[in-house]
Ligand binder design. Sequence first.
Ligand SMILES: Nc1ncnc2c1ncn2[C@@H]1O[C@H](COP(=O)(O)OP(=O)(O)O)[C@@H](O)[C@H]1O
Ligand SMILES: [Mg+2]
Length: 318
Amino acid sequence: MRIPLQLSGKKEFDAVGFGLNAVDHLIVVAEYPAFDTKVRFTDYQKSAGGQTASAMVALQRLGLKTAYAGRFGSDEAGRFGHRSLETESVNLDFAEAIEGADNQIAFIIIDAPSGERTIIWDRDEKLSYAAEEAPIELAPKGRVLHIDAHDPPACAAMARAARKAGAIVTAGIDNIYEGLPELLPLVDVLITSAEFPHRLTGICDERASLVELKARYGCAIVGATLGARGALIYCDGEFMESPAFEVPGSCRDTTGAGDAFHAGFIYGMLCGEDLETCMRLGNAVAALKCRSLGGRAALPTLDELKDFLSEPPAVAGG
Ligand SMILES: Nc1ncnc2c1ncn2[C@@H]1O[C@H](COP(=O)(O)OP(=O)(O)O)[C@@H](O)[C@H]1O
Ligand SMILES: [Mg+2]
């Protein structure tokens, strides 16, 4: 199926991201701990993450030009996060460090057998954007604006400015924030975590909840990533499923898998691929990401992605 969206011509950036960055403290445990117990961890790593920041890194690794706008704390974690994006050559002209604010951090427990993560996080209120603080001069500079929908009124200001300039607005959302009903009609591609459509609509059935999201907000593409099951999208009155790939080696950590999926999908869109191919690229980038610990370490280069896809694909569970 063709993607029912008009791509703009060349712009300064392929993709502009507005949203979160974080510093993650990841620990791996042999088994997810029971309440009121002591367990030894088998691995520890500090790595940079955050939904939108990691999605921009993923796109940059694939050879695209990206910019990230978001707020860092003025602490060591903030400097660490900022450096991590500089190293990847993500443009940071519109990123800010907020004096006296702590950077967003997360403690992430990874269950070794499955690689599934549990995230415990906090974000200093000082990092929030009011609507009028959104860096709207950046929004028109990308062919795609990607958001994670934190600070919805600021995201809405960005989305309006992006659309006015012919950019496509994509969103990866995993939580309900105040102001979403005003933001979502400005989103063209809404791909959420598995539970989000149910939580927002109250509808348990996966497909029916996506139909309801489309009816309420009118996004051209609505969908959800479904972990090891891959992804499900509803577009032009049709459902499209795309299976996950088996993670090469084994699934070490799913932290940031959703962000990697968005990057693969956006990459496909920017290359003018059809919907099936975009979903396949999303699943492939996400599977490769899951090869190692942290949201970014194993994000593939374009060559790695091509090699992976040219091998006969092994379907997870198949
Ligand atoms: N265990 C897994 N094996 C293979 N691919 C996976 C696995 N978990 C996640 N993925 C890939 O990552 C994508 C996003 O994962 P998901 O768990 O839905 O997102 P998140 O938890 O980050 O919101 C999936 O659509 C799939 O392509
Ligand atoms: Mg997951």
